[in-house]
Design a protein around this ligand. Structure first.
Ligand code: HEM
Length: 489
């Protein structure tokens, strides 16, 4: 499906249904802040999403915070958040720092591109992640899920509690690298992999630079930045070699594969209609292979870790999900593709986890033009933060919003409780909604199905707090899980 990208005319510049603006950013409530730095000192490196949500509870659905002297509009009202996300790329864009830092790394892919460059990439790349293609990757997902099962079986034998987030990070690295460019890094299976270490350095460096208040690396050569440059060069060389090899193979004669086997190959053959110019260059394929690794790994691993957290801390939920897995899988230990689609309650557990523990609880945007959000005038260039998790925690959209109730997704909650699935925005919304959703949900179904059939899970220590930590994505800090083998495993 092609994204709809309205032109930047007067209609798109205003919020849907908005009349004339009645307020400016200066009229809005918000935390007081200090001279010069504004509220910057209150945003702690790994918990700033919680600070934004604390301000939301104090100041309401539309308020302003100050990053230095710059006022930033913060929006948590569901219709307004959806409206802002919908008016992309014409009126709003992702914050410019993402594109600038990615451009320096020659990595302007689907996540960081904007305007026309984004539109072209989206049209060509979106279809590569359609369910049909994702299902073609199913055997790889199952094989690597089997490896995770072996690791946790050994932990069960040794009665050792596991840092499941670390395991799931390695799991999603292996799955994503196999799917993205056909190289199984097998980080679950053992020692450090040089490529994985380079990738990790690149991703941490990108994150550090995007969040830095000033582009210090253009003037200072800190050791961490030199290491980032070296890692980036190594990754770039390898992926360009893989692109060249895949092109040779795909264009080759009789030995050519019957169909593309990886995302990289799908991107190389992607075409938009008959237009010979509508294809991706080697540089765009490179940028997007890295983008898939970056966008797909931590998000999926953190979501799976939070699902295990809920299963381990809610025996009633675990028992119901296990009963479903036993019924649907029969004697099997890892779901087949068809079985993974029938794990409805497990799917509801995943939806409920995403609602309460979204890996991306907020998104940073910028206004391309003078515009209006609700009744607020927003000048061109102003930052806009949308609190996508907050919309899923509003009682008018989800009754009893702080409770973990998977059954609300199955129509089984009290009919008196509001339930507005379109306000659950863990994958974003509008033309830039996450294109990896099907892949992420399939990975979740297979992994959780495997866990339920093979083990019972418990928190290693019920008294130890599990806290939210914002790294590349929002993760559970301090989560340790104990696995016990089931008789059937
Ligand atoms: C549970 C796992 C995941 C979550 C919670 C998640 C969440 C998100 C969110 C919130 C966005 C921004 C959407 C917006 O701006 O409206 C996004 C964008 C994106 N995601 Fe995901 N994601 C997940 C998994 C994946 C996977 C597995 C892939 C690919 C293999 C992927 C690829 C992307 C890409 C390429 C974009 C940029 C799309 C664009 O700007 O047009 N994501 N994701």
């Amino acid at each position: 499906m092609k994204p709809t990208c309205p032109a930047p005319d007067e209609t798109t510049r205003r919020s849907a249904g908005a009349a004339r603006p009645r307020r400016t950013l200066a009229d809005l409530p918000g935390p007081r802040g200090l001279p010069v730095i504004g509220n910057l000192h209150e945003l702690h490196a790994d918990r700033w999403h919680l600070e934004f949500e604390r301000w939301w509870r104090a100041f309401g659905d539309v308020f302003v915070v100050r990053m230095g002297r710059q006022p930033i509009l913060v929006v948590a009202e569901g219709e307004l958040v959806r409206d802002v996300l919908q008016r992309r790329p014409a009126v709003f864009r992702r914050t410019r720092a993402i594109e600038d830092v990615s451009r320096e790394a020659d990595m302007v892919g689907l996540f960081s591109a904007d305007g026309e460059a984004w539109r072209k990439q989206r049209q060509l790349i979106n279809p590569t992640l359609h369910a049909r293609n994702v299902e073609g990757f199913f055997p790889s997902i199952c094989e690597i899920t089997g490896r995770l099962r072996e690791l946790w079986s050994r932990a069960a034998d040794e009665r050792a509690a596991r840092d499941v987030l670390g395991d799931l990070m390695r799991y999603s690295v292996d799955v994503t690298s196999t799917i993205a460019f056909g190289r199984d890094l097998n980080t679950l299976g053992g020692g450090p992999d040089a490529l994985q270490e380079h990738l990790q350095r690149v991703f941490l460096g990108l994150n550090r630079r995007i969040l830095a208040p000033l582009p210090y690396w253009r003037y200072l050569g800190l050791p961490a930045d030199r290491a980032y440059d070296r890692a980036l060069l190594a990754v770039k060389r390898l992926i360009f070699e893989l692109v060249a090899a895949a092109r040779r193979e795909l264009e080759g004669g009789a030995d050519r594969p019957a169909r593309p086997r990886t995302l990289l190959e799908l991107m190389i053959v992607a075409r938009d209609g008959e237009d010979p110019r509508a294809h991706l260059s080697d540089a765009e394929v490179y940028a997007n292979v890295l983008t898939m690794l970056l966008a797909g790994e931590d998000t999926t691993a953190n979501t799976l870790a939070w699902i295990l957290y809920y299963l381990a801390s809610r025996p009633d939920v675990q028992a119901r999900a296990r009963e479903e897995a036993d019924r649907v899988l029969g004697g099997g230990l890892i779901p087949t593709l068809e079985q993974s689609k029938r794990l409805e309650y497990t799917g509801a557990v995943t939806q409920e986890t995403l609602r309460l523990r979204s890996a991306a609880p907020l998104l940073y945007l910028e206004a391309n033009h003078d515009t209006v959000v609700g009744d607020v005038a927003v000048p061109a260039g102003a930052g806009v933060v949308v609190l996508t998790r907050a919309t899923g925690r509003k009682p008018e959209y989800f009754g009893d919003p702080e409770s973990f109730r998977p059954e609300r997704w199955l129509g089984g909650a009290s009919p008196m409780l509001p339930h507005e699935p379109r306000m659950a925005l863990a994958f974003g919304s509008g033309p830039r909604v996450c294109p990896g959703r099907s892949m992420a949900l399939l990975e979740c179904a297979v992994t959780v199905g495997m866990v339920l059939r093979s083990f019972t899970v418990q928190l290693a220590d019920h008294t130890a707090p599990v806290r939210e930590r914002m790294a590349f994505a929002m993760q559970p800090e301090g989560l340790r899980v104990r696995f016990t083998k089931r008789a059937c495993a």
